[in-house]
Design a protein. Structure first.
Length: 279
């Protein structure tokens, strides 16, 4: 499977901003107004956005005008049958078929592979769906992006980026059919580089909940790039930042130019200090 379209940039890497959270979270803080958030992100000139197919359909003119690539989310993960709520349920399900997704001309289709579930039947369906989707997309030129995550109760939160868990999850992700992995960063070049080297498919990193600072996220991206990653698919830490445009611009410099966080974020920090914001 060719990944040239998604990674067809001068550097061979890509900055993709995840904007698919409405499928799972409804209208989360910082994303109440979709147009406002989309425009702030696009102003930073990312290479692509990760969105649900109907967001791609409703705002296709905006994305086309920005000349941004589209990666589509194929499944849905929710935690309650109440809208936008978290009642600690695992309600993953396939949502959109390959034929419909292909009609929207994406440069990739993404699905999660959730480890740590109590419900073995849901895990079985998850694996089966990935294998089927990989076959449905084969020959279309659209790569399958698999996001292996440790969200189930059997994996404590503190182990979501555990090297052994991530190593096994990444391996299973491409063995099940991934053309690209959207993987957790393990926290250091020393631990992540061997995982990237052992993967026959490109590795991009995910972001997770926006619980840290923008700078901490940038440092993770810098480490991942030093490890051989091909970019990122990160959402909340970008669009919930004080300045999404500046954050995306900084990511572009790190991912495409090999810049350090010190080089790209000092100026932003000074601007934040001057305006009373925290970075």
């Amino acid at each position: 499977m060719s990944t040239e379209t998604l990674l067809d940039t001068p550097s061979g890497n890509a900055v993709v901003v995840a904007l698919d959270h409405g499928l799972s979270l409804g209208a989360p803080d910082g994303f109440k107004n979709p147009i406002e958030t989309i425009d702030k992100v696009l102003a930073g000139e990312p290479d692509g956005v990760l969105v649900g197919p109907h967001m791609a359909r409703h705002y296709q003119d905006r994305f086309a005008e920005a000349d941004v690539d589209i990666v589509l989310t194929a499944d849905v993960v929710t935690w309650s049958t109440s809208p936008g709520r978290d009642h600690d349920k695992d309600l993953w399900t396939p949502a959109f078929d390959a034929e419909f997704l292909a009609e929207l001309d994406p440069v990739g289709v993404k699905t999660v592979l959730v480890f740590g579930r109590d419900d073995t039947e849901t895990f079985r369906r998850n694996v089966e769906y990935i294998a089927e989707l990989a076959e449905d997309l084969r020959g279309t030129g659209i790569p399958l992006v698999v996001e292996p995550v440790m969200w189930g109760r059997r994996v404590p939160d503190k182990l979501e980026t555990d090297v052994e868990f991530v190593e096994d999850a990444m391996r299973m992700g491409w063995e099940f059919g991934a053309d690209i992995l959207k993987a957790p960063y393990t926290g250091s070049v020393e631990t992540f580089e061997p995982l990237v080297e052992n993967s026959p498919v490109p590795v991009m990193i995910l972001g997770g909940p926006a619980t840290g600072t923008t700078r901490a996220m940038l440092e993770s991206v810098e480490g991942a790039m030093e490890s051989g990653a091909r970019g990122l698919m990160i959402g909340r830490t970008i669009w919930k930042s004080d300045d999404p445009e500046r954050t995306v611009s900084a990511l572009n410099e790190i991912v495409h130019e090999g810049a350090s966080v010190e080089e790209v974020w000092d100026e932003a920090e000074q601007a934040a200090i001057a305006s009373g914001r925290e970075t």
